[in-house]
Design a protein around this ligand. Structure first.
Ligand SMILES: NC(=O)C1=CN([C@@H]2O[C@H](COP(=O)(O)OP(=O)(O)OC[C@H]3O[C@@H](n4cnc5c(N)ncnc54)[C@H](OP(=O)(O)O)[C@@H]3O)[C@@H](O)[C@H]2O)C=CC1
Ligand SMILES: Nc1nc(O)c(N)c(N[C@@H]2O[C@H](COP(=O)(O)O)[C@@H](O)[C@H]2O)n1
Length: 276
């Protein structure tokens, strides 16, 4: 991916730049490189949902919600953030790889083309897992194409002094995972973000799911999200996991943020950026 295609340019101009996210893969340095000297990383919260507010299909099964163009946007977002954060529920349910895989869409054939060129830009996977329940067989721990995750856990909740958990922690570290202890990790998102900044050097984090973690990041007080990007696909699924935090974006916008809508393929994209 040395030059931006028209689609990438559209995504950059209508979605990434309005959120303050630079995207320049020609330099090989895609990451959000602004170092604000802040104590917290920049946080972009993003997901894909249906018209009935579902983020997965019946029984919680992962389904393709984003169309190809929005899918590329998600992978451009992955390429532009230092870290990609999910809850342990998403790892258990979806077994995601959290890599950057998309180069571009061959528009006339509607095909997604995979690229190895951006592999170096895989974000660092981060799993919020207070009780150290991560399945050791998941892609993030075993798949050669995945970066080994950083696991944010709560030493008290996980009871790391218990022999079984201590053994598991050892095996995860041997497999290449990094364990980041944070007291009260389940409820103290500021503490989690501070630890990721100070212990891991994270300057930017994309929060990708799942339902519980998204709702926590969206409703945290004081706020932690710098930008929110939602893909809304033109379909109902009639079942599945429902994302429904109590947020009024118009009121949030009035209190200093900005909302903008654009479209990518058949999908609507809502972008909110926190007021400066
Ligand atoms: N459409 C989309 O864009 C996406 C959809 N999904 C879907 O979301 C669903 C999974 O969602 P869900 O089951 O809620 O799982 P999550 O990925 O949100 O993980 C929830 C778990 O994370 C741990 N956790 C740690 N910190 C927090 C926090 N601050 N707030 C909330 N949880 C925290 C908790 O573990 P503990 O209980 O041990 O404390 C909790 O049980 C799946 O169906 C998946 O397909 C997922 C990602 C994206
Ligand atoms: N943006 C988006 N659109 C969809 O339609 C989706 N189903 C998802 N799911 C997220 O992607 C994860 C899978 O990642 P890998 O492809 O394995 O790298 C999944 O866990 C969800 O977080 N996202």
């Amino acid at each position: 991916m040395t030059e931006s295609s028209p689609l990438q340019t559209t995504i950059r101009k209508t979605i990434l730049e309005p959120c303050g996210i630079p995207f320049d893969c020609s330099s090989g340095a895609c990451k959000h490189d602004e170092d604000r000297n802040g104590s917290l990383p920049l946080v972009t919260v993003t997901w894909a949902q249906t018209l009935d507010g579902r983020v997965s299909g019946p029984n919680g099964n992962m389904i393709a919600i984003s169309g190809p163009e929005a899918f590329i946007m998600t992978h451009m977002l992955r390429a532009t953030h230092d870290g990609i954060l999910v809850g342990v529920g998403t790892v258990k349910n979806d077994n995601p790889r959290l890599t950057v895989r998309i180069a571009d869409l061959v528009v006339d054939r509607g095909e997604l083309v995979l690229s190895d060129l951006v592999a170096a830009n895989h974000p660092q996977p981060i799993v919020l897992d207070p009780r150290l329940a991560l399945p050791e067989t998941c892609h993030l721990v075993t798949n050669q194409t995945c970066r080994r995750p950083w696991i944010v856990f709560d030493p008290k909740a996980a009871n790391v002094s218990a022999a079984a958990v201590a053994e598991k922690a050892k095996r995860l570290v041997t497999a290449g995972c990094k364990l980041i202890p944070v007291a009260n990790a389940r409820h103290d998102l500021h503490g989690v973000l501070r630890a990721l900044r100070t212990q891991g050097g994270m300057r930017s984090i994309m929060v990708e799911g799942g339902r519980a973690v998204l709702e926590s990041f969206l409703t945290a007080q004081p706020p932690v999200a710098n930008a929110v990007i939602i893909t809304v696909a033109p379909r109902f699924v009639g079942g599945g996991v429902h994302l429904s935090p109590s947020i009024d974006w118009t009121r949030t916008a009035q209190s200093g943020g900005r909302v903008a809508w654009s479209s990518l393929g058949d999908d609507a994209i809502m972008v909110w950026r926190r007021g400066q």
